[in-house]
Design a protein around this ligand. Structure first.
Ligand SMILES: NC(=O)c1ccc[n+]([C@@H]2O[C@H](COP(=O)([O-])OP(=O)(O)OC[C@H]3O[C@@H](n4cnc5c(N)ncnc54)[C@H](OP(=O)(O)O)[C@@H]3O)[C@@H](O)[C@H]2O)c1
Length: 233
């Protein structure tokens, strides 16, 4: 069952079928800004309501995008299980061919599955049948998120959920392509572990992103910050 906060967030994302790409990113983190323990364990920092929120987001988009770090460490299913709704396409950004072909999100389920590789990457493992490879050019370390969004839009996927991890979400925010950022803060202190967002350094406080934010306390104590990165306070 969706919370009012989740229903409101989905309404703010707009109706399905939009011709304009919409990019929503999410991160679940501790009070001290960690998304995983030092060993990479992140299931589950957040509570049940946040998990339901994540699945509602998945059900609302055309494609869910994760970095290869998350794909390898979590081996996520990336499907919709906790709410009703169809499974989105799955996209793994793996510029260097690091993933192994046995990942659940590549081998199970019926949605379209994509792997983004850099055009200069050495051939990695062969991909399972039906998985589509998209080759894109790099700009420094990263494949420009704009190019990833354009490539997915050209294949009919205009509503994207950038689900993690922090490196991937940070690159999309630094590129200025995220419309809404959902940060789900759990009342837990890890004290160590993988940091959340790490963005390009700013010279002064006035350069910080200060989006308009809708805040909601979820039933089990997590707090949702639904940030509109297209508008500032
Ligand atoms: N709490 C949460 O909400 C949440 C969500 C997801 C994951 N997690 C946790 O986060 C950890 C993994 O996150 P992470 O931040 O370490 O890694 P990640 O974001 O999952 O993956 C990062 C890697 O993906 C590739 N990548 C992503 N965007 C790229 C781009 N635009 N261009 C080129 N390459 C790109 C790069 O691969 P290369 O390294 O090959 O260059 C990059 O190092 C795991 O422990 C997982 O459990 C937590």
């Amino acid at each position: 069952m969706l919370t009012d906060a989740t229903a409101s967030s989905l309404a703010r994302l707009g109706a399905a079928g939009s011709r304009t790409p919409i990019v929503v990113a999410q991160l679940g983190q501790s009070l001290d800004g960690r998304i995983a323990t030092p060993s990479g364990e992140s299931k589950y920092i957040n509570g049940r309501a946040a998990l339901t929120h994540l699945h509602a987001l998945r059900a609302h988009v055309d494609a869910v995008v994760v970095g290869v770090g998350t794909a390898v460490v979590d081996n996520p299913q990336l499907n919709v299980r906790h709410v009703s709704g169809g499974d989105p396409a799955r996209v793994i950004i793996d510029p260097n061919g690091r993933l192994t072909p046995d990942l659940v999100c590549l081998t199970q389920g019926k949605p379209r599955r994509f792997v983004i590789r850099a055009d200069d990457a050495v051939a990695g493992h062969a991909l399972p049948d039906g998985v589509e490879e998209i080759r894109l050019g790099r700009d420094g370390r990263f494949v420009p998120p704009q190019a990833i969004i354009a490539a997915l839009a050209a294949r009919g996927m205009r509503r994207l959920l950038i689900e993690g991890g922090a490196v991937t979400v940070s690159a999309f925010i630094d590129a200025g392509v995220v419309d809404r950022l959902h940060v789900l803060v759990a009342p837990i202190l890890l004290g160590s572990g993988k940091p959340g967002l790490v963005l390009d350094p700013i010279a002064q406080l006035g350069d910080a992103l200060r989006p308009k934010v809708e805040v909601a306390v979820l039933g089990d104590g997590d707090v949702l910050f639904d940030c509109d990165l297209r508008s500032t306070q």
